[in-house]
Design a protein. Structure first.
Length: 109
């Protein structure tokens, strides 16, 4: 399910779309990243770390467009995950991460 908030697209992941969603997003987003994206895994009960790693293929498109992609994964202790993706335990914190990353880009970091 895709929901557009004021400054980002919100994609809600479910048990049924989890196996194919990363590939579907990849084909839909090629050269078309227009705003930030939050991918919410809150409704996936049996989430594995390697399943969120599948979304790393999206990162270059967001970096090239100077936009953020944040994955909401409340199932994990985020300090124990080594990932190039921005991870957050809640949507509110994901919004904060997007704002911080925008500031970093504006400052040239």
């Amino acid at each position: 399910m895709l929901d557009t908030a004021a400054s980002y697209d919100l994609v809600e992941v479910s048990e049924t779309n989890l196996p194919v969603l990363a590939k579907e997003l990849l084909s839909a987003l090629k050269d078309k990243v227009r705003q930030h994206m939050v991918i919410d895994f809150s409704n996936v009960l049996a989430l594995e770390i390697d399943q969120i790693s599948d979304y790393q293929v999206l990162l270059p498109f967001f970096v090239a467009a100077k936009k953020s992609i944040v994955l909401v994964v409340p199932q994990f202790n985020l300090t124990e995950i080594d990932s190039p993706l921005s991870l957050s335990p809640t949507i509110l914190e994901a919004e904060d991460l997007i704002q911080m990353e925008e500031i970093e880009r504006d400052l040239g970091f």
